[in-house]
Design a binder for this molecule. Sequence first.
Ligand code: SF4
Length: 754
Amino acid sequence: MEGKRKKNIAEICPVSRRNILKGLAAAGALASIPAGLFKAEAWERTKFQSGLKTFRNACPRNCYDTCSIKTYVKDGAIEFVEGAKESTFTDGALCVKGFSYPRRVYSPDRIKYPMIQDKRGSGNWRRISWDEALNIISDKILEIQKKDGSLLGMALDKYSGNFGITHYGVEGMFSSLGYTTRFVGTPCWPAGIDAQNFDMGNMWCNDPEDMVKAKYIIVWGANPAWNSVHSMKFIYKAQENGAKLIVIDPVLTQTAAKADTYIRVKTGQDGALALGMAKHIVEKGLVDKKFLADNTKGYEEFKAYLDKNVTVKWAAKVSGVSEKVIRTVAEQYAKADPATIWIGYGMQRHTNGGASVRAIDALAALTGNIGKEGGGARYGHLATWGFNYNAMVQKQPAGSKGYTGKDKIKSEFANAEGEATSYSDRTININKIAESILTTNEPPIRLLWVACKNPFAQDFDRNKMKKAFDKLEMVVTVDQFFNETVQNSDIVLPCTTLFEEYTVNVSYWHYWLSINEKAIPNQYEAKSDLEIAALLSAKMNSKVQGSCTFPQITDTKVWMEKEFNDGIYKFFGISSWEELKNGPKKAILSSSASWSDKKFATPSGKYEFKSDLAKEYGHTALPEYKEGRKPYNKFRILTPHTQFALHSQFNNLDYMQEFNKEPLVYINPASAKAKGIKDGDMVRVFNKTGEVKVKARTTDNIAADVLLMYEAWYKDSSFNVQELVDDTSSDMGTFKTGAPGVAIHDQFGDIMKI
Ligand code: SF4
């Protein structure tokens, strides 16, 4: 197999095996052995250590894998963690980030007490008591209420730093105070969500464990070898069974290095490649006629579009992939049964990202691979997220005044809604936070509460963000470390890690359910989001009775219990949440395939090549080619995730910095030469948004027109990729999440040796 792989990679991508290895080493991939999946066999240690208590935990980070964790505690302190063996997905293993958790909990850098900064950004922090902090905050809330007659001047910026279900209590805390301003939508995946909703009526994917059944796997714009390490074992198993792995990506990733065939596509031109493949499949008569006749709407119109507008020659020119490769891969994909495509989130972070996802979905529909075990167009799912959202759904205090427009709070996880009234919250695109703070008036945003998020690290146009924060009257951030958002806050409240609270977790990728137990006492003076909400409620009511409706329950176990319902119990085959103390449970699925009954949730009940809903939302009804953002500078700037971090989380730990010491910009050797840059030189990367100063590393793993920097927070460095990323929107997202995503990978810039 190795020999065959080597041949195909060399055939398709003009990069030799030697250069691949050299390139991966340069990118830190070979040197960084911990980047893979580890079975620590922690249980072996139990033979030598006595007095260990075990607890069930779940990694709540915004990661495909949502690992079930077993935590070993002695005398109230975590000794070590391991992946839960009961889950066939986690399968006893954690990634390098998961194994760093004890270092995170006991990091000397953790924020230990509530603190106040005398002048925002001055660094003059001083410790205050919880009572003092809540006094200051509640006074400000009451002041805003008095000044504006509503709390619309109070805004919440929260997202995925902790995906435990009870953490929606932060939204609940805001509702319990009144109608406020909410940043809605999602930065990560909205274009793809809408695309799959237009095509199939929902975003729903096969169980990742059924990839073992696939005969042909296309990983398109995803890098699971770094970012979903637990999925790789199913891909390897399929390869052992004879399946071919094809990786389509502008970057020769570590996943690509494991592939039978690597195809380098021009960034943002995935749609052209998919349409070229579709054209060839149709021309060769390789479509699944029965599936098309029985289960789809608009095939003839799509075929007519392809006939009139698409040639393989055109697709090759636009996508940078040769005609021969397009035809070969299209035929191999169409003839394999079943064949699956994993659609990554990176490839939809473009101004044409949703259109590209629709074109890729169409390949799966043309070949009848939807509704098939081992098949599917896999993007994600929310099928297991049917909790009560009890902590989230809170009533506004009587007499609350709010926004009188038609906006409705939406998020991809908002399965429950509060009572309908004539008032609502004011909703603003989460991907335009800086712009919105600067421009929103009547009333202006006065108080910003940041939780489970670090806008300075993961949002866009950092310079604008600084100006926006400067405009605010008060910023309260709830966090564990002194990151850049905290530095730009007035008050920081220390929050618990996952080991210090109860919650419940599910995944948007696999189908396992885990509880998260409180394994150790709260560290220092840290409190969970729910405890903070309960304490704020008590403080508000002590000042003005009835000013906050949030229940004053501080026990997170009580909150977690309230999130379960009969639907969840039935879906996971349990009669009580207590059963999860014995380990995670998997949903009872009638088939590992999504849409196995071919009853699609679209208006027609069929797979819709032609979607009137897409048209209604301003897109083409058919999955047509959409041109991307026009380059405004010499190089395209890519800022994907590293295996050592999730945004600004993890990489600041001493343990992780050993593996990932400093930020780098990767540049193709030919481009570096043309710019007079040598490996290791300090360079300036700049564009109209901002600039960073960073060390250059040459690598063949990227094309000559690309500069690549991994997104991470280096504790002792001011490096921040968001200096170079503006907030231009992706094409889709408004239908399902209330706002489009951000075209993170449609950024351009230049580079110069310092
Ligand atoms: S970061 Fe992802 S892979 Fe790593 S432990 Fe958490 S859920 Fe698992």
